[in-house]
Design a protein around this ligand. Structure first.
Ligand SMILES: NC(=O)c1ccc[n+]([C@@H]2O[C@H](COP(=O)([O-])OP(=O)(O)OC[C@H]3O[C@@H](n4cnc5c(N)ncnc54)[C@H](O)[C@@H]3O)[C@@H](O)[C@H]2O)c1
Ligand SMILES: O=C[C@H](O)CS(=O)(=O)O
Length: 486
């Protein structure tokens, strides 16, 4: 029997908090203590979505007609309010999806920094003057917003990912309808409140919560939504792309990964072990850039594995609210079951289980905890070496040379993030050149996206645009080339 511990969270449409006309709700559960309901959100309908899109459409022209500096001023105010409410937002994120308070505080600070970065973008140039072949003419480029943008976000970064989409969308003059993942929608409701309290004009930002198929699918199909930015699984991303292409609207997808780390024979093994543990098990492995394959040159394989197992055994598991916990639960029951199923598949496919592989029983809480799990894989064709698990599971692969390591690393449908540990500059440069991934990190964990740099994947990890930094401008605006003759 679950007990409601907090309020009913409403949709934010046209500057007001309103209930869905479905009169149905979804419970956001604490995965570390599933009997606890963090909040109750709206299970919205396409009618609710239509209201939100209408509000966004109505607000778009006045919003676009503000100067970038004026739009930026509001983003700075949102950042300030989030700073004041940092503890509340971070604690809510930890309760909703499980990652530790240290991680959610860091993520909330990251969201604040992203808001400030894009607030500043409101004062930066948007085009270029290009010399015309006609010496009496002036030719230049400028940029215009897309209009109403649909934002669909996952649960694993409930603060950073919505903000790294919403902030650039708004600063470049678009208005937004966002559907956050239901597993972390209460967290975004608190962020939307910061936008409301910062004086954002009504209709500029609208949040509609609910099922992906209904509300997310409705965003993909809506005729008045002129751009869709999505982060989530490949299956869902491809369905959104299909709908967007049918309507001829811009779309942006950032999706799954199966991120390799190569440990070369000249690697600093202590550094590599520390980075693999952080990259694979922080956030319970629920990062798109998380380490899931570790490819080790045979010359150092046994020493590396011995150190890795010893250090992994030190990981403390528990509620993310407890300072003693280094790793929290899987974010939901379904994620928990998916991870345990993947582990079972690994065992039945013949992978050698070196550590973990079982639920971490916490009888008091009944939380969705899984032990950090390390497999040794001889056959790279098996599922745990190929498919994204999005949990605390790594596959170790032994290779005879760096050439072979890069071949194995590239042998994946995904191309999001990749790291190498070596102290040889030639090997580093060869890796940079030959590794098919959008994020390349040298002597550092595979996770770690910096807000000021372009971020996105290659191959099936992405629709091949880039998010964050100046790159966001390319998606959230259209370029106009202007030729002026007196
Ligand atoms: N590349 C990146 O930057 C990045 C970052 C974080 C997570 N991810 C990926 O996201 C996945 C985990 O997140 P998730 O479980 O929330 O993914 P998901 O695809 O299940 O859901 C993502 C969002 O899409 C919505 N959705 C679900 N079905 C939909 C549909 N039919 N139409 C439209 N929207 C729909 C969901 O409600 C949610 O808001 C992993 O694959 C992970 O790799 C990628
Ligand atoms: O899931 C999103 C990315 O993994 C963010 S980061 O690489 O962990 O910063």
């Amino acid at each position: 029997m679950s007990t409601v511990t907090t309020a009913n969270y409403l949709n934010y449409i046209n500057g007001e908090w309103i209930e869905s006309n479905s009169n149905e709700t979804i419970e956001s559960i604490n995965p570390a203590a599933p009997s606890e309901i963090v909040g109750v959100i709206q299970s919205s309908t396409t009618d609710d979505l239509d209201k939100a899109v209408e509000a966004a459409k109505h607000a778009q022209k006045p919003w676009r007609n503000l100067s970038g500096a004026q739009r930026g001023e509001i983003l700075y105010k949102v950042a300030g309010l989030m700073e004041e409410r940092l503890e509340e937002i971070a604690e809510c994120a930890t309760k909703e999806m499980g990652k530790t308070l240290a991680e959610t505080k860091g993520e909330t600070k990251r969201g604040i920094a992203i808001l400030k970065y894009y607030a500043g973008e409101g004062m930066r140039k948007v085009g270029d003057v290009i010399p015309s072949t006609d010496n009496e003419a002036l030719m230049f480029t400028t940029r215009v917003p897309l209009g109403v943008v649909g934002v669909i976000t996952p649960w694993n970064f409930p603060v950073a990912i919505p903000i790294w989409k919403v902030a650039p969308a708004l600063i470049y003059g678009n208005t937004v309808v966002i559907k956050p993942a239901s597993e972390s929608a209460v967290t975004f409701a608190k962020i939307a409140q910061c936008f409301a309290d910062a004086g954002l004009p009504k209709g500029v930002l609208n949040m509609v919560t609910g099922s992906g198929a209904v509300v997310g699918g409705g965003i993909a199909k809506h005729p008045d939504i002129k751009g869709i930015t999505f982060t989530g699984s490949n299956a869902v991303g491809k369905s959104i792309a299909h709908e967007a292409m049918k309507r001829g609207v811009k779309y942006q997808l950032e999706m799954g990964g199966k991120n390799p780390v190569i440990v070369a024979k000249d690697a600093d093994l202590e550094l590599a072990v520390d980075a693999v543990i952080k990259g694979a098990f922080l956030s319970t492995g629920q990062k798109c850039t998380a380490t899931s394959r570790v490819i080790v040159e045979e010359a150092v394989y046994d020493r590396f594995v011995e150190k890795l197992v010893i250090e992994t055994k030190k990981i403390t598991i528990g509620s993310g609210l407890h300072a003693s916990s280094w790793m929290g639960p899987c974010a939901s029951e379904s994620q928990y079951k998916n991870v345990l199923q993947a582990i079972q598949t690994g065992v039945s496919d013949g992978a050698k289980l070196l550590l973990g592989g079982k639920p971490y029983e916490d009888k008091e809480s009944g939380g969705y905890f899984v032990e950090p799990t390390i497999f040794e894989v001889a056959d790279q064709e098996i599922a745990i070496a190929r498919e994204e698990i999005f949990g605390p599971v790594i596959a170790l692969i032994k290779v005879s040379s760096l050439e072979s390591a890069v071949e194995v690393a590239n042998d994946s449908a995904y191309g999001l993030s990749a790291s190498i540990f070596t102290q040889n500059i030639t090997r580093m440069l060869k890796f940079v050149q030959e590794m098919e991934a959008g994020l390349i990190r040298i002597n550092a964990e595979s996770a770690g996206v910096e807000l000021q740099a372009p971020f996105g994947g290659m191959k099936e990890s992405s629709s091949h645009s880039r998010e964050q930094g100046e790159a966001a401008k390319e998606f959230f605006t259209s370029i106009k080339t202007v030729f002026v003759k007196g």
